[in-house]
Design a binder for this molecule. Structure first.
Ligand code: F6P
Length: 343
């Protein structure tokens, strides 16, 4: 009997459970066995697994997070990690592995397909929507809706108190959450990592807006945005196992500058992990479900080292390696649309 392992790695996000459920349901229909590997690549290093049957996935469709747990473990950065992963894959009797994750988890998957585990299928996950070769990653839509709802709520206070409110959103080095939540929430300025922040311009836009009688403004800033002189604000300099710094803090710095330069009372709201939590949107449940079913189809067709992807409204598959080769960032045509509403 074909035996499939599934793991979820990197930051959790809404839609992981729909993928797990779909993989299990489709596999059972095909007569395959599925086991869950706990906490991402850590579970394969430590041979930490759980049974995945119909009971295990019953009722998980609307639940946020992942029943498998997750971690930011990189087996290539652990002493003996690669060896353990290979041995455990073999000892568990796996015929294929479905790796659900973002650029880090799938980056490891791409390497492993060359280093002794060729039978891997990737599923693109992240609220950041920054994976190439897919129009959307699941998790993004829910995060976008959460951020939009928060901006709507912040409008009330900004308007009533005649304040500037700076809203800092996640997204790492891509401005997808910022630009889409900013457009959807009617932000007056949106700042993304793809374009350095010109503080003079930001203040000029706010003053122009106030000059036409407005007494409040909403500024959405992506956590990965940098000031023009190149400063990226980070919470700590320490790098994680994938070489990332912990972003966050630009909102506070920006808020202080805006208040100092414009004289308008300013407050800052950092949305943080709220954006990763909660029940997945209908879009993410459906996308996760379609991705999960397609991943098992790829196993059935023995089409490995591929990642499932969304192209228009079709689910396709692409080489994992290609998907992780470069980040998908916001293009300037799209930013041009957002700019129409600035100031
Ligand atoms: O990749 C998802 C994400 O939420 C990013 O937007 C953010 O920079 C990062 O993860 C935060 O990671 P952690 O939860 O490990 O602090």
């Amino acid at each position: 009997m074909t035996k499939i392992g599934i793991l979820t790695g990197g930051g959790d996000c809404p839609g992981l459970n729909p993928v797990i459920r779909a993989v299990v349901r489709k596999s059972i229909n095909e007569g395959y066995e599925v086991i869950g590997i706990k906490n991402g690549w850590k579970g394969l290093i430590e041979k930490d697994t759980m049974a995945l049957d119909l009971t295990a996935v019953s009722g998980i469709l609307p639940k946020g997070g992942t029943i498998l747990g997750t971690s930011r473990t990189n087996p290539y950065k652990k002493e003996g990690g690669l060896q353990s992963v290979k041995e455990n894959y073999k000892n568990l009797g796996l015929d294929a592995l479905i790796a659900v994750g973002g650029e880090d988890t799938l980056g490891v998957a791409a390497k492993l397909t060359k280093d002794g585990i060729p039978n891997i299928v990737g599923v693109p996950k992240t609220i950041d929507n920054d994976l190439s070769c897919t129009d959307y990653t699941f998790g993004f839509d829910t995060a976008l809706n959460t951020a939009t709802e928060c901006i709507d709520k912040l409008h009330t206070t900004a308007e009533s108190h005649h304040r500037i409110i700076v809203v800092e959103v996640m997204g790492r080095h891509a401005g997808w959450i910022a630009i889409e939540a900013g457009i959807a929430g009617g932000a007056d300025i949106i700042l993304i990592p793809e374009l350095p922040v010109d503080i003079e311009e930001v203040c000029a836009l706010i003053k122009r807006r106030h000059g036409r009688g407005k007494t409040f403004s909403i500024v959405v800033v992506a956590e990965g945005a940098k000031f023009k002189e190149g400063t990226m604000v980070t919470q700590e300099e320490k790098l994680d196992e994938f070489g990332h710094v912990r972003l966050g803090g630009i909102g506070e710095r920006l808020g202080q500058e805006i208040e100092k330069r414009t004289g308008y009372e300013t407050r800052v709201s950092v949305l943080g992990h709220i954006q990763r939590g909660g029940t997945p949107s209908a879009f993410d449940r459906i996308l996760g479900t379609r991705f999960g079913v397609k991943a098992v189809e790829l196993v059935k067709e023995k089409k490995f080292a591929r990642m499932v992807a969304l192209a228009g409204n079709k689910i396709i598959d692409v080489p994992i390696e290609q998907a992780v080769a470069a980040l998908k960032t916001v293009d300037m045509d799209f930013y041009g649309i957002a700019k129409v509403f600035f100031g």
